[in-house]
Design a protein around this ligand. Structure first.
Ligand SMILES: Nc1nc2c(ncn2[C@@H]2O[C@H](COP(=O)(O)OP(=O)(O)OP(=O)(O)O)[C@@H](O)[C@H]2O)c(=O)[nH]1
Ligand SMILES: [Mg+2]
Length: 309
């Protein structure tokens, strides 16, 4: 099957066709001729792109499954990229996620895929960004990117999403961790999940207190705090409404265009960074020479750049 046929099949809900197309953008990088053709075939689309991040085990995949159900009720097609920044493997779903999202396994309006980003040219932003773009171009109405909240990964993912949810759970000391990581600033909606556990009210209070310290200009988005019990699909309607409200806010004025421009810039930058790193290799020999005192860092850097003057 050629690319145009695959695209047509994927648009009609053929999951294997979708999987093959994602493989094209993942494995060949977006610089290849095939990927360029694909980009031409799948241009446009106006998906709602939702990033979901939070500590391991906080309930992200469970929440994604509940959100899928809610959006499917609105007859929206939903694509999910579950990003594992630590894994070099991709293709099959991560086992746990496969189980948690199994409810949707037979629904042609849902596509779920794990994405491995380690070792990929361009890193997380470029690989995932290309996947998001593809799903959007294939006509998915909502594209969800789930990523575990570790370091830079979630900041990069947030740069790809229109609306970023930060998931917290009571008793994980998450509030404070989040402040440290600077993740609080990138979240558009806070979700306190596992509200069936003790301490949920306290977590909401902590978040409120933290937010009261942030000064906002009039007209700026005020992050709502939603509480959910993802495993029982509780609080999902309110969350879906909060996401829709954020989308409406984005659509007023230039916010959405701004976000999308920033997203494109982040993707391009990721690719440029990777290409530069490929081109200007820092060899072990050179590092050893600096470590041994044979040369200095500045001269070594100049020699990498091919600048001997
Ligand atoms: N009590 C309770 N348990 C929940 C809730 N939501 C999820 N869980 C459970 O928490 C565990 C972890 O859920 P996941 O959805 O896999 O969490 P995750 O954030 O995707 O985890 P990673 O992808 O490994 O980072 C599972 O056993 C879920 O059943 C909830 O609202 N209440
Ligand atoms: Mg998960």
């Amino acid at each position: 099957m050629g690319l145009p046929d695959l695209v047509a099949a994927a648009r009609a809900g053929d999951r294997r066709a979708t999987a093959r197309l994602i493989t094209v953008v993942e494995n060949q990088g977006t610089g290849s001729a095939e990927s360029a053709e694909l980009a031409g075939l799948t241009k446009g689309g106006d998906a709602l792109i939702v990033g979901i991040t939070g500590s391991p085990g906080v309930g992200k995949s469970t929440l994604v499954s509940a959100l899928i159900a809610a959006w499917r009720e609105q007859d929206l097609r939903v694509g999910v990229l579950a990003v594992d920044p630590s894994s070099p493997f991709s293709g099959g779903a991560i086992l746990g996620d496969r189980v948690r999202m199994a409810d949707h396994a037979l629904d042609p309006g849902v596509y779920i895929r794990s994405v491995a980003t380690r070792g990929h040219l361009g890193g997380l932003a470029a690989t995932t960004g290309a996947g998001v773009r593809l799903l959007e171009g294939l006509g998915f109405d909502v594209v969800i990117v789930e990523t575990v909240g570790v370091g830079q990964a979630e900041v990069e993912i947030a740069s790809l999403a229109d609306t970023t949810l930060l998931l917290l759970a009571p008793g994980m000391g998450d509030g404070i961790q989040a402040v440290k990581a600077g993740v609080v600033e990138i979240a558009d909606v806070y979700v306190v999940n596992k509200a069936d556990r003790p301490g949920a009210d306290g977590a909401v209070r902590d978040l409120r207190a933290m937010m009261s310290l942030v000064r906002r200009e009039p007209g700026e988005w005020r992050q709502p705090i939603c509480t959910t019990v993802a495993s029982e699909a509780k609080g999902i309607d309110d969350l879906v409404a909060a996401i829709a409200k954020h989308r409406d806010w984005l659509s007023e004025g230039d916010h959405l265009a701004d976000k999308r421009r920033r997203r494109a810039a982040a993707e391009i930058r990721a690719r440029v960074d990777a290409a530069l790193r490929e081109r200007f290799r820092v060899t072990d020999e050179l590092a050893a020479a600096v470590a041994n005192g044979e040369t200095d860092v500045a001269s070594a850097a100049r020699s990498v750049l091919g600048d001997t003057g």
